[in-house]
Design a protein around this ligand. Structure first.
Ligand SMILES: Nc1ncnc2c1ncn2[C@@H]1O[C@H](COP(=O)(O)OP(=O)(O)O)[C@@H](O)[C@H]1O
Ligand SMILES: [Mg+2]
Length: 430
């Protein structure tokens, strides 16, 4: 199982230069936690951050042209007023593996506005390596470069010279399909296993055609199909989900599906107070969201990474603590999913988070956002460790009002110290 330790976006919309967690050029930072929550005001880029993850997945799965076109084209994605390529960098580590791997992708566009893969680099930390770039396993510039089988990593003489036929497909997708590059294969599989949820109750209210489906789709329009799958293949798990739903929301004692004569699938809820079942159209948005969250949390084959957009939207405050616990349990890796990223606006959900799990995005005067960890604010961290809820600081404005600039001026002040501004400089030089 693999976990993301850190990520960086360059020229990705409002996230022109945003780093979270540990990367090879900032090894002194703490890695991202299994449950990572992104907080912040409207328009700071919380959704953009999850979108950047889905963009990377689409680049790997479908190529960079499709990935850009689905989002309105390269020029809509690149940060306004910028010239350079869109850059994504991610560091992750497999369970029990002492050496992290890093993937860097840069996408530019030609004179006709067609995107192409400008640069790619995949590497693995050397045993005990403390400084410098990871040992390369793949280096491509404009689709040409070298790849290494693990045993020969880094040795120029042992490299395979490679040239891709299609500049729109990343090498990680092409060479990551070949057995001789097992690290590339496992990284490609990891990224392809990511899943995204941006549940819309109204999407769940439409009546799909019957047919079991294993996983909830991004907007949740197949929720009835997933319940149908669970009824057939995992009835005990479904009854556990229904018990939890009934405990959370009065009047939802049973949930089941029924196929109408025209082949559509009806989702039925039963309240023991009434004889007649309730249809999905009659249910509250909050009830549907709780059901969707439970189906995601108890997915029998969960994704390698689950990114959830505002899972707490419209939920009663007493449900937020169990929600955070359920997501943390999912992200524990015990069920096959090793990490969950969520966005939220909700101080009550923040109350259920540790200061190390919460990241605050804040937009600067230049119109671009940066991220800082709630626990980097030492007084906040100390008070949260003593039991004060995190959401209170957010309410009071001490988490995101000028906190980023205070943090950066703190960094500037310490710039005379030994690691002065070293991280960015190190990345540029190397
Ligand atoms: N190409 C771009 N360059 C710079 N900023 C952008 C670009 N595209 C969108 N934005 C900014 O990103 C913001 C969208 O952020 P979003 O993730 O939707 O916010 P939220 O934190 O509320 O989820 C918009 O308000 C806009 O200011
Ligand atoms: Mg948003």
């Amino acid at each position: 199982m693999t976990r993301i330790e850190g990520l960086r976006t360059g020229n990705y919309k409002v996230l022109k230069d945003m780093t979270m967690g540990r990367l090879w050029h900032c090894r002194d930072k703490r890695p991202l936690t299994p449950l990572t929550a992104v907080l912040g005001k409207n328009g700071v880029g919380k959704s953009v951050l999850l979108e950047a993850c889905s963009f990377l997945k689409d680049c790997v799965q479908s190529g960079v042209v499709d990935a850009c076109d689905r989002r309105g084209g390269f020029s809509r994605i690149r940060s306004l007023g910028q010239e350079g390529p869109i850059e994504l960098e991610i560091q992750c580590r497999e369970d029990g593996e002492s050496r992290a791997v890093t993937y860097e992708l840069a996408i530019d566009c030609d004179a006709q506005g067609r995107p192409y893969v400008a640069r790619e680099r995949f590497g693995q930390e050397g045993e005990g390596q403390q400084h410098g770039k990871p040992v390369p396993l793949l280096i491509l510039n404009g689709g040409k470069g070298r790849a290494w089988k693990e045993a020969q990593a880094g040795s120029t003489a042992e490299a395979d010279v490679v040239e891709l036929d299609d500049g729109r497909r990343p090498g990680i997708a092409v060479l990551g399909a070949l057995r001789q590059y097992p690290r590339l294969v496992s990284f490609r599989r990891f990224v392809e296993g990511w899943s995204f949820s941006s549940f819309i109750p109204d999407a769940a209210r439409h009546l799909p055609m019957a047919g079991p489906q294993r996983h909830l789709s991004c907007y949740g329009e197949n929720i009835a199909n997933v319940v149908q799958y669970m009824e057939r293949d995992h009835p005990e798990r479904l009854s556990n989900i229904v018990q939890r739903l009934a405990a959370a929301i009065p009047g939802t004692d049973t949930v089941g599906t029924e196929t109408a004569c025209d082949g559509r699938l009806l989702l039925r809820f039963r309240d023991s107070a009434f004889q007649e079942p309730l249809s999905v159209q009659q249910l509250s948005a909050g009830t549907l969201r709780v059901l969707a969250c439970l189906l995601l949390i108890h997915d029998p084959e969960p994704p390698s990474l689950l990114c959830m957009e505002a899972p707490d939207n419209g939920l009663y405050h007493t449900l937020l603590d169990p929600l955070a616990r359920g997501l943390r349990e999912l992200a524990s890796g015990r069920k096959g999913c090793a990490q969950v990223f969520i966005t939220t606006h909700n101080p009550s959900l923040a109350d259920a988070l540790d200061a190390g799990e919460a990241w605050i995005l804040e937009k600067g005067r230049d119109g671009f956002s940066t991220a800082h960890r709630a626990s980097d604010n030492v007084p906040v961290r100390n008070l949260v460790e003593q039991g004060l809820p995190l959401g209170g600081f957010w309410h009071g404005g001490s988490l995101d009002e000028g906190a980023a600039s205070r943090a950066s001026s703190g960094r500037a002040k310490s710039a005379s110290g030994p690691s002065a501004g070293g991280n960015d400089e190190q990345r540029r030089q190397e």
